[in-house]
Design a protein. Structure first.
Length: 173
């Protein structure tokens, strides 16, 4: 998309147009050879430079995204099989948590992340609440995964015919 916009901007700047295939080095060469004369040409020239920066950033983002995908696949995790968990969220969870095999059971993992309930009782009343200990970013990421799962359940219920009463139909996502 950005390359198409850059191509259109360069066509406006160069009288002969540009070739059908455009890459960043050709665009840079064209912009270096061009000397804007009018204020309109200057604005188009500046826009083309900004678009060229965006094209380079797009390429860097694609490379970074591929590196993250490879890094998430390396430990053999199944996090990305969960609904809504892509390589970025899985990479963040792995980054904050580390190797989950170091926890002997799920209770240790829950304590480490700060999502294990702790008893907070007074008198005869027994109350549980979440611990304030643990990794705050990890707790946030786990909460995000939980919200995505609950959203999936709601979407599934509402997409099944006859499961949403007519009075609740205005709450469709």
């Amino acid at each position: 998309m950005v390359v198409s916009r850059l191509h259109a901007a360069l066509i406006n700047l160069s009288p002969g147009g540009t070739s059908k295939e455009l890459n960043a080095s050709d665009a840079m060469r064209l912009l270096n050879d061009f000397d804007p004369v009018t204020p309109v040409e200057q604005i188009q020239y500046d826009l083309a430079h900004e678009l060229l920066d965006d094209v380079r950033l797009d390429a860097q983002l694609k490379v970074s995204h591929e590196r993250i995908k490879d890094a998430v696949k390396a430990p053999g995790t199944s996090l990305t099989d969960l609904y809504g968990v892509g390589p970025i969220l899985a990479g963040a969870l792995i980054g904050y948590t580390g190797d989950v095999r170091r926890f002997s059971n799920r209770d240790q993992f829950a304590s480490y992340e700060g999502v294990a309930p702790i008893e907070h009782s007074s008198g005869g009343r027994v109350v549980h609440r979440l611990s304030h200990r643990g990794m705050v970013p990890g707790r946030f990421l786990l909460a995000l995964v939980a919200m995505l799962h609950s959203l999936r359940r709601v979407e599934h219920l509402w997409s099944t015919p006859g499961t949403v009463p007519a009075s609740k139909s205005r709450y469709r996502l």
